[in-house]
Design a protein around this ligand. Sequence first.
Ligand code: SAM
Ligand code: SF4
Length: 343
Amino acid sequence: MYSSDFLSHQYSQNPCVLNQLVDNHGRKITYLRLAITDRCNLRCHYCMPEGGVTLIPHADTLSYEEMERLVVLFQDFGVTKVRITGGEPFARVGCFEFLQNLKNKVGVDQLHITTNGVETAKYLIRLKQAGISGINLSLDTMDRKRFKEITRRDRLDRVLATMYGALELNIPLKINSVVTAETSDRDIIALADLAKLHPINLRFIELMPFSGRSKVATSCNHTLIHRLECLFPDLQERRADTVSTARQFGRPGFLGSIGIIEGSSRTFCATCNKLRITPQGMMKACLYDDGVLDLRKLLRSGVSDNKIALKICQCLNHRYADGHETEMANVQQNEPSMATIGG
Ligand code: SAM
Ligand code: SF4
C-alpha cells in the first residue's frame, strides 16, 4: 500500500498509478456515503426541527449525472461500497432509477441504502432484482404513539411494511435505532425482540447532540452500553471481522444480533474507511468536519476526472486522526441537521 503523499506525487506524474485512496494515517478508503437529498418526509426530533431545515435549492444539489460521475471515479480508486442516504433518499424523484444505474451501469459492487422506510416498500422487489446489498432501516420504536412522538408523523405501519417486506425477500436488513433520554426500556426490548425472531442486525445508536459538535457529548456511550447490559445480561460480544462502526453482540437463541454505534464516543475512528458527500457535493473526510472539498464546484468548472482525483488525494493527505481532533479544528460551523450530512 502506498502513502497518499507518494500517490499524490505519482499521480501528478502519471494518474494511472493511483488506484487506491489512502489517508495520511494509512487508512484505505473503500466506502462512500452519498447523501442525495436533504428533503425528508419525517421530522425526527433528534434530527430536524418541526418545520424542517432550510432547504437547499435544487440547482445547488448535485444532479444524478454528477453523482454518477463521482461514483465511477471513486470506484476507479478502490471504493467498493456505496451507501445512498439523505435526508430521505426516496423523497428525491428518480432515486430508484439512480440506484439501478449504480448497480447495473456503473457496476457498484456493494450498494446499500439507508432509509426511513416510509416510501420504500413499493420498491423492494425491484431493489432485490437490481441486486441491492442491504437496507439500513431507521426505526426507534415499535409503538405507534411513540413513533408519532419521535418522528412527528403517523407512519409506523409503512415502515413496518418495509421491514417485513425486506425480510420476506431476504434482503439483508439492519435496523438503526437512536437511543435518547426518552427511549423507554419497553422500546428497547420490543426492538430487541425483532432481532430474536428475525435475522436482523439491530444497532442502537448513541444520540449525537446536534450539530454533532458535541461539547455536551460525554458519557452517552457509558450509559448506552450499561443500559443494554442491564437489560440483556447475556449479551456476548462478537469479534469484529470487518471494519465496522458498530460493536456487535449475540444473544442465545437470537436469529439476529444487537449492536451499538458509539457515534458520540468515536471509538471507531482508527479504522475509518469512509468518505461522505453531502447533497451539495461537499466532501467530508470526517463526520465532524465542515467539508474538505467542494466537489460540485470542481465538477461544474469542467476539470478532468484526473484533476478531481488529485484534489481528493490531496485532501486525504491532511485527514485528522479522529473525530475529536476534527472537532477541535472545526469549531465555527453548525450543521443544522444530520439530514444535510446523511448520518
Ligand atoms: N432518512 C434516512 C433515515 O432516517 O434512515 C437516512 C438519513 S438519516 C440522517 C441517517 C441516520 O442518521 C438514521 O439512522 C438516523 O437515525 C441517524 N441520525 C439522525 N440524527 C441523529 C442524531 N442526532 N444522532 C444519531 N443519529 C442520528
Ligand atoms: Fe428524516 Fe432520517 Fe432525519 Fe428522521 S433521521 S428526520 S427520517 S433524515
